[in-house]
Design a protein around this ligand. Structure first.
Ligand code: ADP
Ligand code: MG
Length: 202
């Protein structure tokens, strides 16, 4: 069976007015279904670029990316994305943010809404659905983002430094939740961090 995703000697430079910025060169690795993988390296080494390439937001200049054996452009693999900054809108309620999040991802089906409702209940957030993001803690906000990312039952979850802005106790809670999701739902997870201390706690 082909790997869930495979990078084969992938390279990319950013072409800016100030010149060419080499971001990645000769990157090869693969991830199997249901695996939990950490991508660790200092800031600026190209971690987010790797995720954006896999997600199809960028196109590699060298090498190949295949998802379940298919080239990126032919793949129907669904990816959930969780970022360091939560991008919740302060003037919307939590629930309005959730619905908008689904709409932006073009995943607002009855099934997806029901799934997010269940996740919000499971994560202890349902009673806060009429609150605004500023009324919630950083950890709660990240759990909402996670629920939105999982709405469409993605095969892969990308978590790009989701705990960097949080204190250590909350970091541990989010990490536990990510591990639980991977075990319970079988979602392959790519966890990105520049913090080796976080990796030691996984
Ligand atoms: P990381 O996520 O590991 O911090 P990035 O993938 O964001 O690293 O960035 C890798 C390199 O590419 C860095 O040198 C960064 O400055 C550069 N870079 C990232 N995004 C852009 C962009 N949109 N335009 C130009 N350079 C970029
Ligand atoms: Mg980054």
């Amino acid at each position: 069976m082909p790997a869930l995703l495979e990078l084969d000697h992938v390279g990319l430079s950013y072409h800016t007015l100030a010149g060419e910025i080499p971001a990645l060169s000769q990157i090869s690795f693969s991830i199997q279904e249901g695996e939990f993988v950490s991508l660790v390296g200092p800031s600026g080494c190209g971690k987010s670029t790797v995720l954006n390439l896999i997600a199809g937001l960028l196109t590699p200049e060298q090498g190949q990316i295949t998802l379940q054996g298919l080239p990126r452009e032919h793949s129907v693999l669904s990816i959930g994305y969780m970022l360091q900054k939560d991008h919740l809108f302060e003037w919307l309620t939590i629930y309005e943010n959730v619905l908008l999040g689904l709409e932006i991802q073009k995943k607002k089906s009855k099934k997806a809404v029901a799934h997010v409702d269940r996740l919000l209940q499971e994560y202890g957030l349902w009673n806060f659905r009429s609150s605004h993001p500023s009324q919630l803690s950083g950890g709660m906000r990240q759990r909402i983002v996670l629920a939105i990312a999982l709405a469409g039952n993605p095969e892969i979850l990308f978590a790009d430094e989701p705990t960097t802005a949080l204190d250590v106790t909350i970091q541990a809670q989010i990490l536990d939740l990510l591990r639980e999701i991977q075990k319970k739902l079988g979602t392959a997870t790519v966890f990105v961090t520049h913090d080796l201390g976080v990796v030691a706690r996984i």
